[in-house]
Design a protein around this ligand. Structure first.
Ligand code: THU
Length: 134
C-alpha cells in the first residue's frame, strides 16, 4: 500500500472544498466535491451535477474522474481521492463511484468523512472484489 504524504491529502481536501461550490444540487441541496491526484501528481476535481430526472445525476467523484480522462487521457493512474460535502456529515463514495475509482485506481486511497471524523480507506476495503475485464 502506497502512502500519501499529508501535504497531498491537504491539497486534495482543499481542491475538493473549492469545487464543491460549483455543485448543481437543487433537488437534494447536498453539495459534494471530490478531488483526485494521479501518479504524475496532477490534480483533477469535480462536483455533483443533479438533474430533474434524478437518475441522471452524476456524483462528484465520477465528475472528477471523467474530467481527468477528458483532459489527460485514459491512462489515468489514481493515487488518492478526497470527498467532501457542505453539510459536514458522513459521506463515503457510493457503490457506482467505488467501481469507477477502482477502474483507474485499484490501489487508490480514499479520504472521506465518517461518523467519527475523517476516514482513510484503501479502495479495496470499500470495494472488495471489484470488477475487471481482462
Ligand atoms: N453524491 C455525490 O456526489 N457523491 C457521493 O459520494 C454521495 C452522493 C451526490 C449525489 C446527489 O447529487 C447528492 O449527493 C445526494 O445523493
Amino acid at each position: 500500500m502506497k502512502t500519501i504524504p499529508g501535504k497531498q491529502r491537504t491539497l486534495l481536501l482543499r481542491a475538493a472544498r473549492k469545487v464543491m461550490k460549483h455543485a448543481h444540487a437543487p433537488y437534494s441541496h447536498f453539495r459534494v466535491g471530490a478531488a483526485l491526484i494521479t501518479a504524475k501528481g496532477e490534480v483533477f476535481a469535480g462536483c455533483n451535477v443533479e438533474n430533474a430526472s434524478y437518475g441522471m445525476t452524476n456524483c462528484a467523484e465520477r465528475t472528477a474522474i471523467f474530467t481527468a480522462v477528458a483532459q489527460s487521457g485514459p491512462r489515468l493512474d489514481i493515487r488518492a481521492v478526497a470527498v467532501v460535502n457542505d453539510q459536514d456529515v458522513p459521506c463515503s463514495p457510493c457503490g457506482a463511484c467505488r467501481q469507477v475509482i477502482y477502474e483507474f485506481g485499484p490501489e487508490a486511497m480514499v479520504y472521506f468523512q465518517g461518523s467519527k471524523g475523517w476516514k482513510e480507506s484503501h479502495i479495496t476495503e470499500l470495494l472488495p472484489e471489484g470488477f475487471r475485464l481482462k
